[in-house]
Design a protein around this ligand. Structure first.
Ligand code: G6Q
Length: 567
């Protein structure tokens, strides 16, 4: 344990490093610069601060930066040895030092198939073998050759998983809805609240057990919520005219834990394997992506992997000055650590990307929400940004108010595709795109008192009638944003987009000297819950709690008791 950390103590002292100090000094000089002035002074600003990657344009010109800012940020990246750490990750070194594991999601999409070694063993043949198994299985289901217990074709697939075993595949399945197999409906069951299971298994939209396939997706196969939901699904299935033997046709598992999969009653032939070097929140590229493969087919899934692989190569080979994930990561550091921005918003102007902010919330915050460094020392600088967001236009009618006129600086990523798959008329798209462009422009230029007055006057408004309202109509502007404009939302582009954010998170983790690949905060919750559950199930008070927890526990019991008495 902690091996990788020990060889790299030189990267520990961030805020006293010359590169950091230079940025602090520079910050004082540029913090009040107005982006609109920078645009006015330099007609080439857009071309100087934007990059193309395949069908993606990344425009970062609407940021509070100058060429010097970027140069100093690149110096920081070099001083923190980003390239060296990047190469360690790609080559299978155990950069997850607290768990003594590699972080090799990039091997899962290594389409050039070059060997990647973990503990001296090339993992690529295993990766390919699982992909082959996923392909064979998905073809049978998609072609209607895999039949349920009564001989019918599968129509519904329920992925049972939580966290990394849910958010990634769910996001991708939603994003690629237009590519789904016509017969197959994909459902995601994650919440242990039985209302979630019921909403899928019972009621108006009740599934048919003859045509439903469950995927139990759990790396550890010990996760309480997933196992509870899987048991509920199994019971539901067995409540019909079925036998234990029929389970083999309706339940498959994705896991690293063969023993527990068998103990649950799933045939190991129906198990799709992955490995401890795949982190949960980075696992959609692995067998955890089975629901995606069933939905869109293996050729499209390969396109997704290829898109990510292309972004991996960009990240590995491009100089920092042209490297999109490096620049995204550095801009995040600039706002988080120098402007003290606490959060950053992701705003996809695409209905099918509506799950993307939730997916990134986990990937980013679980990776970099840490307060000790790799060496276990408490750190004295701000780390992981609070990531949040929602789909474009809807957000405008809700929380954008705070971004425009609140007291906080909130850097934003605006994301949009040029071509839609939807067969609606072009007017929809024109409205959507004009909102996207107008918002980034308005956030940047704002509106001064003088401009407000001029605009009101031009609109024929008597200024004396609105004098009191004018201060409320002023926008400070200077709110930074990145714009990510791609041609269309297809598997390849989506793969690149996801990998771009994964690497941005990696860059920030290295600069902050964090292990971005463990999640001890998640483990604590699992441990605490076990104790309270023991008390709830036994009806006894076993452990000492604080008065609030005890009070809540007692009230819960009393409400439950009243319900039982009444009914
Ligand atoms: C992700 C986390 C966490 C994990 C879930 C589900 O990186 O580790 O979100 O994915 O707790 O875990 P299992 O896949 O083991 O059920």
């Amino acid at each position: 344990m902690l091996r990788t950390a020990q060889i790299d103590t030189a990267t520990a002292d961030l805020t006293s490093s010359p590169a950091w100090r230079a940025l602090e000094k520079h910050f004082l000089q540029v913090k009040d610069l107005k982006m609109k002035d920078l645009f006015a002074e330099n007609p080439r600003r857009f071309s100087e601060f934007s990059l193309h990657f395949e069908d993606i344009l990344f425009d970062y010109s609407k940021n509070r930066i100058t060429q010097e800012t970027m140069q100093l940020l690149f110096n920081l990246a070099k001083a923190r040895r980003i390239a060296e750490w990047r190469d360690k990750m790609f080559s299978g070194k155990k950069i997850n030092n607290t768990e003594d594991r590699a972080a090799l999601h990039t091997a899962l999409r290594n389409r050039s198939n070059t060997p990647v070694y973990v503990d001296g063993v090339n993992v690529m043949p295993k990766v390919q073998a699982v992909l082959d198994k996923m392909e064979a299985f998905s073809q049978k289901v998609r072609r209607g050759e895999w039949r349920g217990y009564s001989g019918k074709k599968i129509t519904d697939i329920v992925n049972i998983g939580i966290g990394g075993s849910d958010l990634g595949p769910k996001m991708v399945c939603h994003a690629l809805t237009q590519y789904h197999h016509e017969r197959l409906n994909i459902h995601f069951l994650s919440n242990v609240d039985s209302s979630h299971a019921e909403s899928i298994l019972r009621g108006k939209n009740e599934l048919n057990p003859e045509t439903t396939l469950f995927i139990v997706a759990s790396k550890t196969f010990t996760t309480q919520e997933t196992l509870r939901n899987a048991q509920t699904a199994k019971k539901w299935f067995l409540d019909w005219d079925t036998t234990e033997a029929d389970i083999a046709k309706h339940f498959v598992a994705i896991s690293t834990n063969k023993k527990e999969v068998e103990a649950f009653g799933i045939n190991p032939d129906n198990m799709f394997e992955f490995w401890d070097w795949v982190g949960g929140r980075y696992s959609l590229w692995s067998a955890i992506g089975l629901s995606i493969v069933l939905a869109i087919g293996m050729p499209r899934f390969i396109e997704l992997l290829e898109g990510a692989h292309a972004m991996d190569q960009h990240f590995q080979t491009m100089p920092f000055e042209k490297n999109i994930p490096v620049i995204m990561g550095l801009l995040g550091i600039w706002y988080n650590n120098f402007f003290d921005a606490e959060s950053s918003a992701v705003l996809p102007y695409d209905y099918y990307l509506r799950e993307f902010p939730a997916y990134l919330e986990q990937t980013d915050m679980e990776s970099n929400g840490k307060s000790v460094d790799r060496q276990g020392r408490r750190i004295d600088y701000s780390t992981g940004s609070i990531v949040w967001g929602a789909e474009g236009n809807n957000g405008q009618h809700a929380f954008y108010q705070l971004i425009h006129q609140g007291t906080k600086l909130i850097p934003t990523d605006f994301i949009i595709g040029a071509i839609t798959h939807a067969k609606c008329n072009q007017q929809h798209r024109n409205i959507l795109v004009s909102n996207f462009l107008a918002q980034t422009e308005a956030l940047m230029i704002g509106r001064s008192q003088t401009e407000t007055r001029q605009q009101l006057k031009a609109a024929g408004v008597e200024l004396k009638d609105v004098e009191e309202q004018i201060p409320h109509m002023v926008f400070d502007g200077n709110q930074p944003s990145n714009s990510i404009l791609f041609k269309e939302l297809n598997p390849r582009t989506l793969g690149s987009l996801i990998a771009m954010y994964e690497h941005k998170i990696f860059v920030q983790g290295i600069i902050w000297n964090l292990n971005s690949y463990d999640q001890w905060g998640v483990e604590l919750g699992k441990h605490l819950t076990a104790k309270v559950l023991e008390e709830l199930e036994s009806g006894k008070t076993i452990y000492q709690h604080d008065s609030s927890t005890t009070g809540l526990l007692e009230q819960y019991r009393s409400f439950k008791q009243e319900k039982i008495v009444k009914s």
